[in-house]
Design a protein around this ligand. Structure first.
Ligand SMILES: [Zn+2]
Ligand SMILES: [Zn+2]
Length: 179
């Protein structure tokens, strides 16, 4: 059993492998180039951007309230034989992250218990994960998931820049032939 290198989903069967990376499907496999590029971001560049974004305004509340990072919220709801649970990651400040976790805990406490047996088993786990998240101290360093996101953002910006340069040179070339 392996995880998709791009989205983190568990790949049970099918999927694609490119140069030792596993992908859950074509959509994620098409990100292979981006991932390769993200791995090449030099450490000092990564650090510099991660620190700057971490200290910047929160994308959710727009305030400079605390370290911006990736915060996870966990939810479960169930009804008789159907139980569904998921974790959602949000880039935001610590305060917004805690609010998400509180909402996740309340949501799970209200809607998690109504299925058997998974609802009864998963609900305490999801509530505990949210509570642990709320109780945890603000990360002193950018977390690995935040660093990964910064890497991907930098790689994406680099690709955009490169295609812009290419378009600009094509346009300039056409200008020359018309003259
Ligand atoms: Zn995937
Ligand atoms: Zn915020």
């Amino acid at each position: 059993m392996s995880e998709c290198s791009y989205c983190g989903k568990t790949v049970l069967f099918g999927g694609r492998t490119i140069e030792k990376r596993r992908y859950c499907g074509a959509a994620c496999a098409s990100r292979h180039g981006l991932l390769e590029l993200a791995d090449q971001v030099p450490h000092d560049v990564l650090r510099k951007h991660a620190q700057a974004w971490r200290a910047g305004a929160c994308p959710k509340c727009r305030k400079n309230a605390g370290p911006v990072d990736v915060y996870a919220e966990h939810r479960v709801h169930s009804f008789v034989l159907i139980t569904q649970w998921r974790s959602r990651r949000t880039v935001c400040c610590r305060r917004c992250g805690r609010l998400c976790q509180l909402r996740g805990a309340l949501y799970s406490a209200a809607l998690g218990w109504w299925g058997f047996p998974w609802g009864l088993l998963v609900t305490p786990i999801q509530i505990a994960r949210n509570v642990a998240g709320m109780a945890a101290r603000a990360p002193e360093q950018p977390t690995p998931s935040f660093e990964r996101l910064v890497r991907l953002q930098l790689a994406q910006a680099h690709l955009r820049q490169r295609s812009k340069v290419r378009i600009a040179s094509v346009a300039a070339g056409e200008g020359v032939t018309h003259r």
